[in-house]
Every structure is written in C-alpha cells, then in structure tokens.
Design a protein around this ligand. Structure first.
Ligand SMILES: [Zn+2]
Length: 81
C-alpha cells in the first residue's frame, strides 16, 4: 500500500481521510519507514464512531500500526470531528 494508492482511488469521497494524513505525516517525518513503495502490513484502527464506516471521510484519530508497532502522531495534523 502506498500513498498514491490511498489518495487516488476514485471511489473514495472527496478530501482526505484522517488516516491518510496520519500515514503521510509519519512517512514525511520518517517515523515510519517502509521497505518499499508497497507494503501491506499497515493497519489503521478506527474509532467505532468514525465516519469511514458510513462511507465518508475518516474523522477519528486512528491508530496506525505497522508490523505490530503502533506509531504516534500529533492530533493537530488531523481534521477534528
Ligand atoms: Zn477513522
């Protein structure tokens, strides 16, 4: 999974999911280093109330987990619910 895949899917609603913002921030800050451009070991865990479950933009503060490790990021980079 890479950023282009996450952001260019036409079936996704307009705008950017919070999980995409978190993922991009982690990559840009080099907190999270992927072995290659594609990596399927990323998991995003959403809150139960997150809009993503209704087909809308993720508006929670999802956990970003890569190979069992949870990565922290600042809440201020996200859209607030
Ligand atoms: Zn979410």
């Amino acid at each position: 999974m890479n950023i282009a895949y996450l952001t260019d899917r036409p079936e996704l609603p307009q705008g950017e999911h919070n999980y995409q913002k978190a993922f991009r921030w982690l990559l840009e800050q080099r907190k999270l280093k992927l072995a290659s451009g594609t990596d399927s070991d990323i998991t995003f865990r959403h809150d139960s109330w997150c809009n993503v479950y209704d087909g809308h933009l993720c508006n929670c503060r999802p956990d970003v987990v890569h190979k069992g490790k949870r990565y922290k990021y600042p809440a201020k980079i996200l859209s607030q619910p």
